[in-house]
Design a protein around this ligand. Sequence first.
Ligand code: SAM
Ligand code: SF4
Length: 431
Amino acid sequence: MARVSSLNSVAVTRDLFFALLLARSPATFFCPAFGAATRDLFFALLLARPPATFFTLLLARSPASFFCPAKAVSLSPALMLDMQEGIIHHNLRATGMTTAASPLRDPFGRPIEYLRVSVTDRCDFRCVYCMAENMSFLPKAELLTLEELDTVCKRFMAVGTRKIRLTGGEPLVRRNIMQLISSLGEDVARGALDEVTITTNGSQLYKMADDLYRAGVRRINVSIDTLDADKFRDITRWGKLDQVLDGIEAARSAGLAIKLNAVALRGFNDDELPEMIRWCGEMGTDMTIIEVMPMGDIGSETRLDQYLPVSLVRANLAKQFTLTDLDYRSGGPARYVQVEETGRKLGFITPLTHNFCESCNRVRLTCTGMLYMCLGQDDNADLSHALRRRGVEGLDAAIVEAIGRKPEGHDFIIDRRNTAPAVSRHMSVTG
Ligand code: SAM
Ligand code: SF4
């Protein structure tokens, strides 16, 4: 809000100046001191800002607003972003690719500080709630190269992104992915980014954990929905539990902090979740339980059969564990409790039973360069086109414009009347 009001005061000052110049307001006639103060403020503004910002501000206002005080003080979201763009462009030029002073805000005032990048939609598993067995994937020719992905990430850092999560599909099966991870790790080392994290199914960790740590990764999320090897193969279709458990061990030895993700699945793992919570307690890792989301066609499976409200999960867990609500927020959609018996945090992500959009701080990039401003909506921006046709300046403009269109939220529903996916793309496309 402080930023909005300071932008407001910039706009009001400029409008007052032009009102004085063009129309001579009664206040100026009757109070010369007021006119002088306005002029001084204007020149302070002019000197403190580079010409580009000044002209952005100038052009952003219609002539009508010079003469309409009400218009002068009410900033539309689009105008607010225009102004941010001017200031950000100044920051980018002046600082030569260090971070902007503050993150871009969307039309609802939410700071956008977190970018999730699906580096590939391909995967070595076929989890039944995520994909159909015979998936068709995005054409490889349309993928952004690793260099292009790195450029997009860096432009996001320049407009205030502080955290990047690589996801997928399975991010660790993308060829040469360590190249991108190492580059982002260097961004962390030089302070342009707070952290680079990864969400993985764990299948490649046994051979990549040390490299991840060396590249600057410190925390990873590993997704496991069961600790039973047969059930694991059933749910992932192609996965081997032992390989993933070896990977978790390798990650812990390498020094990576792990959080476990499990999707709550009716009749599949509801009975097993307490055991998984205890296992996390023994390993000293936190855990998050996720509600299944209606994203993408999953062939013969139906999400109505899979859907288990997390509110129900929590009620059942409360019979076995002492769950204490925590104020802790990881900046994401999870609400956390402390499991007193294990001393670890347990998160609940409830897109269906509790809409978490009010605190949303993220946008999502696909491996083909489409930016989705909301997981549950179809609106997107083609950053690949912007970068390839209009270069980095075009990319910057497209990022700012896209965040100016971020919707207030999604409205996922799974019930008997709404069994079709809410969005046609799979979770693996946006991660
Ligand atoms: N392959 C990696 C993995 O499984 O961790 C990263 C990508 S995966 C799409 C990221 C997370 O989304 C995983 O925790 C997975 O269980 C979850 N997920 C996938 N499809 C989902 C769906 N339809 N609803 C809820 N969570 C889903
Ligand atoms: Fe692959 Fe992750 Fe989807 Fe499972 S949830 S199929 S591991 S992308």
